[in-house]
Design a protein around this ligand. Sequence first.
Ligand code: ZN
Ligand code: ZN
Length: 149
Amino acid sequence: MLKRYDLLNAVEAQGVRLTAQRRALIETIQEAKSHLDAASLLELARKRDPKIDRATVYRTLELLKRLGMIDELDLMHLNGEKHYYEVKTQKDHLHLACFNCGEIEEFTSPTFERLKREIADKNEFDIKVMRLEVGGLCKRCAARKPVLQ
Ligand SMILES: [Zn+2]
Ligand SMILES: [Zn+2]
């Protein structure tokens, strides 16, 4: 398991005052088991507080992005143009997206860390974020389906 930021503490440590609705939404994001889009987050958050609306979701996501506490992903656009959100992890990771069942697997590798260092060194570039998405068939789907060319 990857270690993730503790959002509520991290946000409050920045001096941001949170309304009850934003707090409920942040808890939803923190506890999400998978990478969720704004509409799914809204649906889940409303179970905690039915008054949460779309504007609150978008404003809170903007805030968390600005503070660098969540990542926004497109995950190979498996479902059109949606964006997905996840709490930032201490270590960058890759996402493997299955075109067939939509499963997203997370992967870390020392090779990825080495590649990051190489990019940073050779370009004298201070990398803040590096994303790599891989699309294909997961193990289960690959066993069932003829491989796409
Ligand atoms: Zn699959
Ligand atoms: Zn992830």
